[in-house]
Design a protein around this ligand. Sequence first.
Ligand SMILES: CC(C)=CCC/C(C)=C/CC/C(C)=C/CC/C(C)=C/COC[C@H](O)COP(=O)(O)O
Ligand SMILES: CC(C)=CCC/C(C)=C/CC/C(C)=C/CC/C(C)=C/COP(=O)(O)OP(=O)(O)O
Ligand SMILES: [Mg+2]
Length: 277
Amino acid sequence: MHDTARGVAELARPTNCVAAAVLTGTGAFVAGAAGAAVPAAVAAVVTAFAVAAGNAINDYFDREIDAVNRPDRPIPRGAVSPRGALAVAAAWFLVAVAFAALLPPLAVAIAAVNLVALVTYTTVFKGTPGLGNALVSYLVGSTFLFGGAAVGEPGSVVVLALLAGLSTFTREVIKDVEDVAGDREEGLRTLPIAVGERRALWIGAAALVVAVAASPVPYFTGTFGGAYLLLVAVADAAMLYACYEGFGDPATAQRRFKYGTFLAAAAFVVGRAALLI
Ligand SMILES: CC(C)=CCC/C(C)=C/CC/C(C)=C/CC/C(C)=C/COC[C@H](O)COP(=O)(O)O
Ligand SMILES: CC(C)=CCC/C(C)=C/CC/C(C)=C/CC/C(C)=C/COP(=O)(O)OP(=O)(O)O
Ligand SMILES: [Mg+2]
């Protein structure tokens, strides 16, 4: 029983849920007006349960690949049955839908698109070179728009959505290079399998260079204070170095890249707070 409970928690990938919810909250915080705390909290809850459901359904459909790439995942190791994972995913989706219904129309629309994307990602998009990466990148970027839409001001966080989406694309490519063995065995045509690992990594690097070059924009548009530039410069350097590492050690690189994105998210919060103090 203990491993089942642990397995269900692992299916959600709680770090992703919290990180994505923080991004939604950041989007609301940056875009927010007075009294935005309640819709921001509701949107963060929607995001957390949507990501949990998306992760669980991804593991359900990935169970054969994960038996090769990640045998320690809950389903391949036997901690949660495939049907159990599907049931948990459905329950988490229902919670996300129930809370999303409390939000303004544009936020509901974003949630509806994202929930459909999460259900179809693994079976429809993941095996198409670059398309699955682009969809996950959109989903991550959309958390800022979702938070902004929850408080009625999505326009002010479009740049943040683009920065998050572009850098996520880079990390997704590095993760696909790491997973080439299992994905090839499963007949998946991911970007590295379709165009070669090095060319895929260069495509990912190009996306990151655009994101890094654009990362000072929120300062120049007056969205963030000066402290943002210092913090985002460190985050940019961390992501650029992790991208370089991806050419030699994608497994380490993709983990380090994730910490760089967390630092960037922190730069958004500090940058906005610095302006408001
Ligand atoms: C250049 C610049 C300033 C970029 C902004 C970077 C930024 C704030 C990126 C956001 C990335 C982030 C913290 C996403 C939340 C976590 C999440 C849901 C990521 C997507 O997960 C998909 C991934 O394939 C899951 O794999 P794993 O992490 O190994 O479980
Ligand atoms: C704002 C709302 C309503 C939702 C946001 C939803 C978000 C932010 C989703 C983030 C991306 C995500 C968690 C997608 C779910 C599918 C998933 C885990 C993709 C990555 O899986 P794989 O490509 O199989 O890689 P792994 O090896 O990590 O499983
Ligand atoms: Mg997977």
